[in-house]
Unconditional design. Structure first.
Ligand code: NDP
Length: 243
């Protein structure tokens, strides 16, 4: 197990939910964190306060992950402020429920660009530093929807399934170079995102409750520490999908 003290992390969508908690959990391990937010600056600033109270450095950067040029700038800004990124958590995502009659081409493009293309672009921007130092951790927030379809719709399931291919592809190339690449597939974690899902979703979970953000952050920290797990999907799903 690696000691994470002194490492630097970039977490997209770190203003709330799973990303927020992961930022604070990594800070507890001695990691400096850069978080991005799309619109909720105030929420992001509360993360900065919490991280700094733990004695760690934090930068808060505005980013719409659908903007490739902005992604490059954010990585440069984060590295200028904190040093090279060691741990990347591709967390920003949207889940807009659609049934088969209401699903549009625009919904498809929104899901793919926000949930999948963004992860590719952030990895491409952050990877050179990791390769140069021979140490890196890339953690992609996927979903049980990639495995069982889920309740959001085909656009969301496809975007998250694509993350699994992305994870495998990078893991294969980077194995032996000190950089691990893994996915976490949660369901259903008690965040704003779950509030937008059809009612009755909790009834799908065998353990009978939603998961907590802390139960997901535990896995983020574990994957950040561990150098021998790569190309895997870790399920945090209350038994909804048993692999
Ligand atoms: P939330 O809706 O609570 O938070 C989403 C985060 O993503 C926010 O920080 C938001 O920023 C950011 N974000 C959304 N769109 C963009 C964008 N275009 N550009 C930049 N940032 C963006 O979601 P969760 O915390 O629940 O989910 C985190 C990840 O985990 C997502 O990828 C989600 O798909 C995945 N997941 C979650 C599950 C759950 O049960 N909660 C289940 C399966 C997967 P802002 O606050 O500024 O809007």
């Amino acid at each position: 197990m690696n000691n994470l003290s002194g490492k630097t992390a970039l977490i997209t969508g770190g203003s709330r939910g799973i990303g927020r908690d992961a930022a604070v959990a990594l800070a507890r391990e001695g990691v400096s964190v850069a978080i991005t937010y799309r619109g909720q600056r105030e929420a992001a600033e509360t993360v900065r306060a919490e991280v700094e109270a733990l004695g760690q450095r934090c930068v808060v950067l505005q980013l719409d992950v659908r903007d490739g040029a902005a992604i490059k700038n954010v990585v440069v800004e984060a590295e200028r402020a904190l040093g090279a990124i060691d741990i990347l958590v591709n967390n920003a995502g949207i889940a807009v429920p659609r049934d088969l009659d209401s699903l549009t081409e625009q919904d498809w493009h929104d899901a793919i660009s926000t949930n999948l293309t963004s992860a590719f672009l952030v990895i491409q921007a952050a990877l050179p530093g990791m390769r140069q130092r021979g140490w890196g951790r890339i953690i992609n927030l996927s979903s049980v929807a990639a495995q069982i379809g889920g309740v959001v719709g085909p656009h969301y399931a496809a975007s998250k399934a694509g993350l699994h291919g992305l994870t495998h592809g990078y893991a294969r190339f980077l194995a032996g170079k000190g950089v691990t690449v893994n996915a976490i597939a949660p369901a259903l974690i008690d965040t704003d995102m779950v509030k937008g899902l059809p009612s009755g979703a909790m009834g799908l979970i065998p353990v009978g409750r939603y998961g907590t953000v802390g139960e997901t952050s535990d896995i983020v920290v574990m994957l950040a520490r561990n150098g021998y797990i790569t190309g895997q999907t870790i399920n945090v799903n209350g038994g909804l999908y048993m692999s």
